[in-house]
Design a protein around this ligand. Structure first.
Ligand code: GLA
Length: 714
């Protein structure tokens, strides 16, 4: 019999979403509801009662609740929230009792305890102003003896009607690929790469049968953590569905002495009844809250694919001048500038300017860049050390490796043990010195290998490594508040909200091939807004796929993120430079809408094209990039529909840029193409707009602007 008078309900409302939690005196708390806003006057006890199911035959007399903290000790026969053990008491079958409730501004903190296991567990759960649900657990050992913690997982119960699942996979140069499957079995993603890796983006999306970008109930769940993790989507024999997300602890990694605690990373979840685009809007709002950008995203030029390790001051300066001419605003000197770094086999760890390449330091280049009106950025890979480096020769014990075994290299390098205070202090000193003695506005913070042997003593230290990294980034942000840090990891192998707390941009992929980028960027966009996605115009022939694309397709694709150039402009002909300058101009004109408005993914019905649509928050200006990715399945282009415009408002449709329209697929262009088209929002969204027939791998950039009422009446 459900005793309602022993239950307390906690309700939160944000962004048309409602979250209701039930806390119990003698059991762990439950999620009563997370979804579209409920009326203010909803009776929460009746709501709770309405969900209490019957007890099936052939099951436990008192089946375990689908709680936010599933308890092995109360009959939960799947993975519980906590798995731990101690030598001096049973600490593996907890039954939590509520000890304290603290109402917070945007959530509630519930403190639970188990006096037998001698543990205290705090659940911090709430609804952020973005409408995103946030959850974290903290486990404290209050017993005398040590506690070994095997698992500590956030659990999010999910509606049993969400029966399809999209998860992510990928590889170097092809990150954020999606796979859609029926949710009929346990789904598990275990990441033991130390970083997230290219294949294990820590997120999953579930939805009702047939959900799409614009339709259906969906839930996206993300773990804000840059290291080993476990994500699980499972269901019980009774019919409960849930998602668990946790930092994965390696064997023997987490020991808590008396009074010590461990906290999970945040689980973040965004809900929508209108498909994946609205789910993404929640995550985009959340990312923007954390980013707090105070100026438009400057156009980048990155030297990597232009020169690799071949740093020649004259050429570097010439490239800077050429970049400034086409409108670049920030120049980033990539790998190859520090002592002994002439290839990728040596020098990581020796963070001193290379005297051979830069006899007068970096200042002559920095001054040149700044005199051209650009900001200056510099590449680092601080967490690494090459065995062939002065640092390693002096401190081989600072690398994460077991002395009993031979080291295991990745890109010829080892990981520096940041949990070692001396190694941390060395690195901190080197970075602070370089940032204090050079005018550096931007850091590309790279990380180019997985961990193995992630410890140098009895226990692994992969978890401590991530925490030390976060601490170092926080210290740098505090000391150099105007310097932006980008997170790069062989492209997009470390993209998550954990590191986003300290960084302002992700390098989404080392692949600058615009066709591959379209799918990489689409996958990236489910959880992150375009302004944090580094996206560059590469050379004519892609360095990673050998495909060739015209400048328009490359530039229009790069424009869908934070635009940059990664191409030796000195090789570009005047015509190409002029085209790039045009695109950069357009980007500067519309980046406000792209980066502050809402963004939609709109696939064509034949699956061969996609439109990226960005609409300003006031609904008055929109930008659409229509990309023809493959041959259309039919002769004509399918109309594009532009959602969320103001229904009665008239808009002018302008073509800003487009790929060449050679005519071999098309005798005549659409009737409106060479005229002015003015149409109301309802028509543009419900009826749509015909576009010219395009070659595969080409695109069109359109602007849609509200026509002022006076002009409309003329
Ligand atoms: C990684 C990055 C690249 C580049 C190189 C430099 O691969 O992803 O963008 O910075 O390192 O070594």
């Amino acid at each position: 019999m459900t005793e309602l008078n022993t239950i307390r309900f906690h309700r939160l409302d944000q962004q048309n979403k409602t979250l209701v939690i039930a806390s119990h005196q003698n059991a762990s708390p439950e999620l009563v509801y997370f979804g579209d806003a409920l009326p203010k006057a909803t009776e929460l006890d009746s709501l709770y009662l309405s969900q209490q199911a019957g007890i099936p035959q052939a099951m436990m007399d008192q089946p375990a609740a689908m709680s936010l903290i599933p308890e092995a000790g109360r009959g939960w026969m799947q993975s519980p929230a906590v798995e731990a053990s101690a030598a001096d008491r049973p600490a593996w079958a907890m039954r939590w009792q509520l000890k304290q409730i603290e109402e917070l501004a945007d959530g509630v903190m519930l403190t639970l305890e188990d006096s037998t296991a001698q543990l205290v567990l705090m659940l911090d759960i709430g609804l952020l102003p973005s409408g995103v649900l946030r959850q974290q657990l903290t486990l404290t050992n209050v017993g005398e003896g040590d506690l070994s913690v095997e698992r500590l997982a956030c659990t999010l119960p999910v509606s049993p009607e969400l029966t399809e699942r999209v998860s992510f996979y990928g590889r170097w140069c092809q990150e954020f690929q999606q796979v859609r499957e029926p949710w009929q079995s346990t789904w598990l993603q275990e990441n033991r790469h130390g970083r997230n890796g290219h294949a294990n983006f820590p997120a999953v999306m579930v939805g009702e049968s047939g959900f799409s970008e614009q339709r259906g109930e969906v839930l996206g769940v993300h773990l804000a953590w840059s290291g080993n993790h476990r994500l699980k989507a499972d269901y019980t024999i009774e019919g409960h569905r849930y998602i668990q997300a946790e930092a994965l602890y390696l064997s023997g990694e987490i020991h808590l002495a008396n009074g010590q605690s461990i906290t999970t990373p945040e689980l973040l979840a965004s809900h929508s009844r209108e498909g994946l685009n609205a789910m993404s809007h929640g995550f985009h709002r959340e990312a923007r809250e954390r980013l707090k950008l105070d100026k438009p995203r400057p156009v980048h030029l990155n030297t990597w694919e232009a020169f690799y390790f071949d740093h020649d001051m004259t050429k570097l300066k010439e490239l800077a001048s050429a970049a400034a001419e086409v409108g670049v605003e920030r120049y980033i000197l990539d790998d190859g500038w520090f002592r002994g770094r002439h290839h990728d086999e040596a020098a990581l760890g020796d963070w001193f300017v290379d005297e051979g390449k830069y006899p007068n330091g970096l200042s002559p280049l920095i001054d040149h860049v700044k005199n051209l009106g650009m900001e200056f950025g510099l590449w680092f890979e601080p967490e690494m050390v090459n065995p062939d480096s002065d640092l390693y020769r002096t401190h081989p014990d600072w690398a994460l490796q077991l002395p009993q075994y031979e080291g295991y290299l990745g890109r010829n390098q080892l990981v520096l043990n940041l949990a070692n205070p001396e190694a941390y202090a060395y690195l901190r000193e080197r970075l602070f010195d370089l940032f204090e003695s050079n005018s550096i506005d931007y850091v590309k913070w790279d990380m180019n290998r997985d961990y193995c042997q992630s410890g140098s003593d009895l226990a692994p230290q992969a978890h401590a490594q991530v925490l030390a990294l976060y601490r170092l980034l926080a210290e740098l942000n505090h000391a150099f508040p105007h310097m932006e840090i980008e997170s790069c990891s062989s492209g997009g192998a470390r993209v998550d909200f954990g590191i986003l707390n300290f960084t302002k941009r992700f390098w989404a992929s080392d692949c600058n091939d615009a066709l591959e980028r379209q799918s990489i960027q689409r996958g990236f966009s489910y959880f992150f807004p375009p302004e944090v996605m580094g996206s560059h115009i590469g050379p004519d022939q892609s360095h990673t796929t050998s495909r060739t694309h015209d400048v328009a397709f490359r530039a229009g694709t790069a424009m869908l993120g934070h635009l940059g150039i990664e191409w030796n402009l000195l090789d570009a002909n005047p015509q190409q430079r002029a085209t790039i300058a045009n695109w950069i101009n357009q980007y500067k004109r519309v980046r406000g809408h792209l980066h502050e408005g809402n963004n939609w993914r709109l696939p064509s019905a034949d699956g061969r094209a996609q439109t990226q649509w960005a609409l300003s928050q006031d609904g008055l200006t929109g930008v659409a990039v229509y990309s023809q990715l493959a041959m259309p399945k039919q002769g004509q282009t399918l109309p594009i529909h532009l959602p969320n415009l103001i229904a009665e408002q008239s808009y002018r449709v302008t073509v800003l840029e487009h790929s060449p329209l050679p005519g071999h697929l098309m005798k005549a262009k659409p009737a409106w193409w060479q005229r002015e088209l003015i149409l109301n929002g309802a028509s543009l969204s419900q009826v749509g707009l015909q576009l010219p027939i395009l070659d595969p791998e080409s695109l069109i950039l359109l602007e849609v602007t509200a026509v002022p009422l006076s002009e409309n009446n003329e």
